[in-house]
Design a protein around this ligand. Structure first.
Ligand code: C5P
Length: 215
């Protein structure tokens, strides 16, 4: 593989999405928030009134998905995220999406991908793997702030319960559970702002780039 591939995994509201976007811009790489692809499959089922556990329909939607048409805004609802974690347990859905994600990762000049299984399944040979996490209370607080800032109403205890339920579902599924790859660098952002996390990540990536050049 010629391009640079950076794999970023972690639970909801860990800060991995913001970090991935900033790193991609800084290094001139493509960026893919893979959660959007699971969200799009879930939304396709919701829109047509099909149950989220209809594996055949979900697989079909995953195969038909065109990554170029993913619309972040249309997929941002909390309910779509919840539904996404239900369709994400279906092996056929994962197989179809992972194949497209790999093609994206291998497209020059390389990419930053963020999700739950990038370092473990999608890009096991990534140049650098980060596992970004934070305490559930801190992540729930961030999510709650986002909802309120966007003019929505939310109750902190409910947001925390949702975050914990989503973590449990993503970490306990049989196919590609959320967990750090053996060779991932852990980044706990509980007491770190985005700038500090960004600087820590660039230090690691710059080391990788320096090594790549000397090979
Ligand atoms: O990150 P986001 O909240 O958009 O992800 C929605 C859901 O999609 C996650 O809770 C997870 O179940 C699923 N997902 C996944 N693998 C990925 C990215 C997301 O299973 N690589």
């Amino acid at each position: 593989q010629e391009g640079l591939i950076i794999a970023i995994d972690g639970p909801a509201a860990s800060g991995k999405g913001t970090l991935a976007r900033r790193l991609a811009a800084h290094y001139g790489l493509n960026h893919f928030d893979t959660g959007l692809s699971y969200r799009a499959v879930a939304k396709a089922l919701l829109d047509t009134g099909q149950p989220l556990d209809d594996a055949a329909a979900a697989e079909e939607a995953a195969r038909a998905l065109d990554f170029r048409t993913l619309d972040r805004e249309a997929l941002s609802a909390h309910s779509v995220g919840e539904a996404a974690s239900s369709v994400a347990v279906i092996p056929g859905v994962r197989r179809a999406l992972v194949e497209k994600q790999r093609t994206f990762a291998e497209t020059p000049p390389g990419a930053v991908l963020d999700g739950r299984d990038i370092g473990t399944v999608v890009c096991p040979d990534a140049d650098l793997k980060l596992y970004v996490t934070a305490k559930a209370e801190v992540r729930a607080e961030r999510r709650w702030q986002e909802i309120v800032a966007a003019g929505g109403k939310a109750d902190y205890a409910t947001v925390l319960a949702d975050v914990e339920r989503r973590d449990a579902r993503d970490m306990s599924r049989a196919d590609s559970p959320l967990k750090p790859a053996d060779d991932a660098h852990l980044l706990d952002t509980s007491e770190m702002d985005i700038e500090t996390a960004f600087l820590a990540a660039t230090r690691l990536i710059d080391e990788v780039l320096a090594k790549k050049k000397t090979i």
